[in-house]
Write a protein that binds this ligand. Structure first.
Ligand SMILES: C[C@H](O)[C@H](O)[C@H]1CNC2=NC(N)=NC(=O)C2=N1
Length: 97
């Protein structure tokens, strides 16, 4: 797999391709809260994302309580949103049920 570009594109440019995500206030980042049936489903989601994160060396900021996973995506090296974040967001959407 080719690693997507880590060039800065910005949250506003990413959002049209990610309709269910929102822009973070005061920071160039995007966010979404995922809800699952239970902790097992939430943690299964996180485990799948963790495998991609290691593969592309790009890691989400997230917070989990029981069936809820709050995700924030940004590329620290670029000080904002890049194609890596778009890819990660699209992958999360594709595996969340
Ligand atoms: C040194 C290492 O390549 C970097 O810290 C990687 C790892 N994971 C990362 N994750 C995210 N979200 N942004 C980064 O800039 C980033 N950089």
């Amino acid at each position: 797999m080719t690693r997507p570009s880590a060039n800065h594109i910005g949250a506003a440019a990413a959002l049209p391709r990610l309709p269910s995500w929102t822009i973070v206030e005061g920071r160039d980042a995007i966010q979404k809260t995922f809800k699952f049936t239970d902790f097992n489903a939430a943690f299964g989601f996180m485990a799948q994302v963790a495998l991609l994160a290691e593969k592309i060396d790009h890691h989400p900021e997230w917070f989990n309580v029981y069936n809820r996973v709050e995700v924030l995506l940004a590329t620290h090296d670029a000080n904002g949103v890049t194609e890596l974040d778009v890819k990660m967001a699209q992958f999360m959407d594709s595996i969340a049920s």
